[in-house]
Design a protein. Structure first.
Lengths: 299, 397, 279
């Protein structure tokens, strides 16, 4: 018994500093935010009122405009659109690029170039996006001009129809490196013999891709999906630097909305409600990720 | 392993270098820190005043650029912690009045200049809490005189002449749009919008919008947008929002004819002598604003800060400032001939007005200001959303 | 014969790869060219620049910018990022080791909660954290931000290091304990030195993330003298003056540090990413 207690004690000493720090600076504030979202500024319990206020506000969901009229549609819808476009595109591009760059000359260099987006500060990423889509200094409007697509030859970040799209396209540029790197690492673990066996059976490139590569990469892909979702839900820096959520809120996202509520309007309770909604989404992803991890553990 | 060593060495070298650079800045002289709302050329125009004071008193003055909207978010927490960003802080008068418990009483430095000053100080709780320093004016649409001469254009005398001027400019080859729209955080658009509101609704409307006794959805407001601004937007009289300093280059280079801007533009172009300016025909009031400053109680150099502030508003300090141009000084004993030529034109334009009004979004401030800028940016590129924009502006108040 | 038959496919393959590379490189090239060109020549796009007019004065301008010097910002970032890397890596390694090797009550729960913390967005803690730091008088202080970054780095480093430690052979530890080394001595003298590749991975990533952080700095550091490098970027593109040359030069200066870390520690860096995810 004494030995057991000593064993426990040693374990606790090992984890003590980390647990205390996490408890004070992550768990406690998160729980407090959760509480604050159910109270008003005077400290009175208001139930779900803050959530209703947030969710029915046009800055969050503007049903009078969505989907029949153009943006602004509200931060929640913008986050959703972000996920709908950014998630499949980055995951697929990453996988395809991994296969394409596998074992070709210069492949490592190209991979590093694409990975650059993961290395630079996101705030710089925002500046790059401003730049890419600027009518006078941007490459994208230049391309549109060159190909005669006059309708898109303007500053993308200045128009409600294109502001969100320019941010999403920019974030694809920045984030594909993650998916690529993960899939490339996954690729190197697939045994050669599987492909050789398939070749003997006469399988072509496409067959090999869909029947060996994709299924073998599935565990990696699921992690990539989870991490990408977390990134998309929390997106903040590049919006702040590129559009500040504008014009007219057409590229507003939940984190930025929370920041404005908390640190510009000083409405901490409404801000807490936005943060709680945000966390609800990330936790769903988080729990899925944890279950995945734990399952891998038992095996 | 080798790479880690290289990296550590790099970090170490960088650190030493940075520390050495930082250490150099440590001055032995007493230092006053001042936050100012100006950067670039605007700041350059102010620095001679500071240099003169530094020489006189053998002190060091540090100027940090800080925007009002950032300060207003930062200062409450700072003050509560008994700290302050600077010994003199430039910020809106309404904000200082609302937070007067944190401001030092400036009655003693105000008294000597009282008789020579045009505007009055900001008072709250029986003390003088903030003083106006320089004046800015938003006189109207700027053009290059040489451009107008070459194309036989002249400043309009009525609305029809204004619209036909825009058409004429639009027809000149090389012109993209008659008026360039400055973008940034969004304030250049709000300035031009206010000019329309004041021209067609009078100073009264501006004041009522500031004290919120007129709604944004009011027919009077809506009509000005609908009849004056929206048609121009739809005709393409205004360009898309362009980063506003880039816009200066493009406009100066002849891609646009007119640019609505405050008088600080005189300090930002190659040849201020080539500038001309006109108001919208019929305008009887103009937005002018003072840059206000106060001394927070948490300054560690209150006496020295007061000394500097007193110097800035003294005749000696004001004369140095006036010669630099870009802003008007608020004393009545400074001859207008001291200013550079372009600023003399602004001073004249101001004197032609019946009255002056305050800046709308600066006066309301807060998160609404951001909303206002953001919504106008939207309106500028999609004029059809007018009703939606007005509704949101009203709801956001 | 066979060679010739494959050629068209190979050419297509290589050209496609390099087209992708160019697409990803162009934005960075644009930023770079803008940073070495005078504003006048690039108002119509950086591709129009004349090579004769390039200069590096924008970098000097950004480094010692009168209102928002990037040099000072980078010093602040370094002052924060170095301890905010070392401390959490150390605490998290110790916790990871404890969770892996010691079967104490609540062990599973603590690990589970730690994993869930990975999903918490910074927005969820921002307001109360601001109040806590205010009460501790740690707003506007390097120490405050270092503590927050430390806490924030712990969950993922714990996860990573736990995975890493589990790949170490247990025999070494057993041998050490037979030799009479206590648990802490074993950890410090044997486990940590054996784990340097893992420590290099987490350190390079944690350092980069702290350096690149914008949100936490935005909330906790207001004093312009103390502002970190990333915070100064939006200030350069302020209300009053925008100079694309200075802005892009500043962006490149700030990027250079994480880029250097990446180039020198590429192997560990990428392993950090992979290790975090593939269990």
């Amino acid at each position: 018994m004494e030995r057991r207690l000593k064993h426990w004690g040693t374990g606790y000493i090992f984890i003590f500093p980390a647990v205390v720090l996490m408890a004070i600076f992550i768990v406690y504030p998160a729980v407090k935010t959760l509480f604050q979202s159910f109270f008003d500024a005077g400290g009175n319990w208001v139930g779900l009122k803050n959530f209703i206020t947030v969710l029915t506000h046009y800055e969050t969901i503007d049903l009078s405009r969505f989907p029949k009229k153009g943006p602004p549609w509200g931060s929640l819808i913008n986050n959703a659109i972000w996920i709908l476009i950014h998630l499949p595109v980055t995951v697929l591009l990453g996988m395809l690029f991994a296969v394409m760059l596998n074992k070709i000359k210069g492949g490592a260099f190209i991979k590093s170039v694409i990975f650059l987006g993961m290395v630079i500060p996101m705030i710089v990423g925002g500046v790059i996006i401003r730049f890419l889509f600027d009518e006078n200094s941007g490459v994208v409007p230049l391309l549109m001009r060159t190909f005669g697509i006059e309708a898109l030859d303007f500053t993308w970040t200045a128009y409600p129809q294109t502001a969100l799209m320019s941010l999403i396209l920019g974030s694809i540029l920045l984030w594909t490196g993650f998916s690529l790197t993960m899939h490339a690492a996954g690729l190197s673990t697939i045994p050669r013999e599987m492909y050789e066996a398939a070749e003997v059976d006469g399988a072509g490139i496409l067959r090999k891709f869909f029947f060996i590569t994709v299924p073998m990469l599935a565990p990696v892909t699921s992690v990539v999906i989870a991490m990408t979702l977390l990134y998309e839900i929390k997106i903040f820096d590049i919006v702040y630097a590129a559009t500040l959520g504008g014009p007219g809120g057409s590229s507003m996202v939940l984190s930025l909305q929370m920041y404005f509520y908390a640190f510009r309007r000083l409405d901490f309770n409404l801000a807490s409600a936005v943060a709680t909604i945000l966390t609800l989404f990330t936790l769903i992803v988080g729990i899925w990720l944890v279950r995945n991890t734990m399952r891998g553990e038992k095996r | 392993m080798k790479r880690i060593v290289i990296l550590l060495l790099c970090l170490l070298a960088a650190g030493t270098f940075l520390f050495a650079g930082g250490a150099k800045e440590e001055a032995v002289k007493p230092t006053i820190t001042m936050t100012v709302p100006w950067a670039g050329p605007e700041l350059e125009q102010f620095l001679p005043v500071v240099r003169a004071f530094e020489e006189k008193e053998n002190v060091k003055v540090k100027c940090l650029t800080y925007r009002g909207e950032d300060l207003s978010a930062v200062l409450p927490a700072q003050f509560e912690a008994g700290q302050s960003l600077g010994d003199i802080i430039f910020l809106w008068d309404w904000w200082v009045k609302k937070n007067d418990q944190h401001a030092v009483d400036l009655t003693d430095i105000w008294a000597p200049v009282k008789s020579a000053y045009i505007p009055s100080p900001a008072e709250a709780g029986g003390k003088v809490v903030a003083l106006p320093y320089v004046m800015v004016a938003k006189p109207g649409f700027w053009y290059r005189s040489s451009f107008f001469e070459k194309n036989g254009l002249k400043a309009p005398a009525n609305w029809d002449e204004f619209t036909s001027l825009l058409k004429k400019i639009g027809g000149i080859s090389g012109i993209k749009n008659p008026i360039v729209t400055g973008n940034g955080v969004g304030w250049p658009i709000s300035d031009v919008t206010e000019h329309f509101l004041i021209t067609f609704g009078g100073a009264e409307l501006q004041n009522k919008l500031i004290d919120k006794s007129v709604k944004w959805t009011d027919p009077q407001v809506r009509k000005i947008f609908e009849n004056r601004i929206i048609p121009l937007l739809k005709e393409g009289a205004f360009s898309d929002p362009v980063e506003w300093t880039q816009a200066i280059e493009l406009w100066w280079g002849g891609e646009y004819g007119l640019y609505f801007m405050g008088n600080w533009i005189t300090g930002m172009v190659e040849d201020a002598g080539d500038l001309g300016v006109f108001t919208l025909p019929g305008a009887k009031a103009m937005v002018t604003g003072q840059d206000w400053a106060f001394i927070p109680k948490y300054s560690e150099n209150i006496d020295l800060a007061k000394k500097l502030f007193a110097f800035m508003i003294s005749k000696e300090g004001a004369t140095i400032r006036a010669k630099q141009g870009g802003k008007l000084v608020a004393r009545n004993d400074i001859s207008s001939s001291l200013y550079p030529k372009a600023d003399q034109a602004v001073a004249e334009a101001v004197s032609k007005m019946e009255t002056t009004v305050l800046d709308l979004d600066d006066s309301i401030g807060g998160d609404w200001q951001r909303l206002f800028w953001d919504q106008l940016k939207l309106l500028w590129v999609s004029p059809d959303s007018l009703d939606d924009v007005l509704k949101k502006l009203q709801a956001g108040l | 014969m066979k060679q010739i038959r494959i050629m068209p496919g190979r050419i297509a393959h290589y050209s496609l790869a390099w087209i992708v590379a160019v697409i990803w490189l162009v934005p960075f090239i644009g930023i770079f060219i803008t940073s070495i060109s005078p504003l006048k020549e690039i108002v119509h796009g950086w591709w129009g620049v004349k090579l004769s007019s390039i200069s590096f004065k924008n970098f000097i301008g950004a480094w010692s910018h009168p209102t928002s010097p990037i040099g000072q910002g980078m010093l602040n970032s370094l002052i924060i990022a170095v301890p905010a890397t070392i401390v959490p890596v150390f605490f998290a390694s110790s916790a990871a080791y404890g969770i892996l090797r010691y079967r104490f009550p609540l062990r599973k729960t603590i690990f589970l909660i730690t994993l869930l913390l990975l999903a918490i967005p910074q927005a969820m803690v921002a307001v109360p954290l601001f109040q806590i730091l205010k009460n501790l008088k740690l707003i506007n202080s390097y120490l405050g931000l270092i503590i927050v970054h430390t806490a924030w780095g712990l969950p993922w480093i714990i996860l990573f290091m736990r995975g890493f430690f589990s790949t170490l052979p247990r025999e070494v530890e057993e041998a050490a304990s037979i030799d009479g080394a206590g648990p802490f001595k074993t950890f410090f003298r044997i486990i940590l030195p054996m784990s340097w590749p893992g420590l290099a991975s987490v350190s390079s990533l944690q350092f980069t993330w702290v350096w690149n952080d914008f949100f936490l700095a935005l909330i906790f550091i207001y004093n312009p003298v103390r502002m970190v490098a990333t915070q100064r970027i939006p200030l350069l593109r302020g209300q009053y003056h925008v100079d694309w040359g200075i802005l892009t030069a500043a962006a490149l200066l700030i990027t250079s540090v994480p880029l250097l870390v990446f180039i020198l520690l590429q192997k560990y860096y990428v392993k950090g990413f992979i290790g975090m995810a593939s269990k």
